[in-house]
Design a protein around this ligand. Structure first.
Ligand SMILES: [Zn+2]
Length: 184
């Protein structure tokens, strides 16, 4: 295992096929290495950048990925539990669905601490919904920035101040160029 994989295993866990990377940074098409080596090198550099970003962000905040996820109500609980099967959030059409695209739920010391997502667009309705959550639960906080997903998405971070004081959005501070093979 590489150093990055060891650190990632502590955050995402490990299965028979290796690190359980979340969908956002799950991998790339390895057949490209044969068919289009230049494109492969570029994609691998981008993936490596994203993986470093997500691992360093999680380590910085002391977060681990939760296997249990539901909706922002999850954040308001002291144990990592879903809502009941007949709750509003279990419906296919629900006001939180659009902004919760590419969501990951995060634990701090075993407690629900943060939710990250990466929607392609954030509509006025989404902004209203996020404001609604902050009104309903005074300890919920929201911030947004670049994140790690890419593809012109915006990262939304929602956290519960009662469980973790601050969780900032991630920034792709390391550029993919860093991870591209050099030719000098
Ligand atoms: Zn729920």
């Amino acid at each position: 295992m590489t150093d990055l994989e060891r650190r990632a295993a502590a955050i995402f866990g490990k299965g028979d096929a290796g690190i359980l990377w979340p969908y956002d940074v799950s991998g790339i098409d390895h057949t490209l290495a044969r068919t289009d080596p230049a494109a492969y090198a570029q994609k691998l550099a981008v993936l490596t950048t994203k993986r470093y970003t997500i691992v360093e962000w999680a380590e910085h905040h002391g977060l681990k990925k939760s296997s249990v996820k539901c909706c922002p109500l999850w954040l308001t609980r002291t144990t990592s539990r879903r809502c009941r099967w007949d709750s509003d959030c279990q419906r296919r059409i629900h006001p939180d669905r659009p902004w919760l695209d590419h969501h990951i739920y995060w634990l701090k010391d075993g407690k629900p601490a943060a939710i990250t997502s990466a929607p392609y667009e954030i509509s006025t309705k989404d902004q209203e919904r996020l404001a609604w959550w902050r009104q309903q639960h005074r300890t919920l906080r929201v911030d947004q920035d670049e994140g790690w997903y890419g593809y012109d998405t915006t990262q939304i971070v929602m956290w519960n101040k009662a469980h973790i004081s601050y969780v900032g959005p991630a920034k792709n501070i390391d550029r993919p160029e860093t991870f591209l093979p050099r030719h000098d």
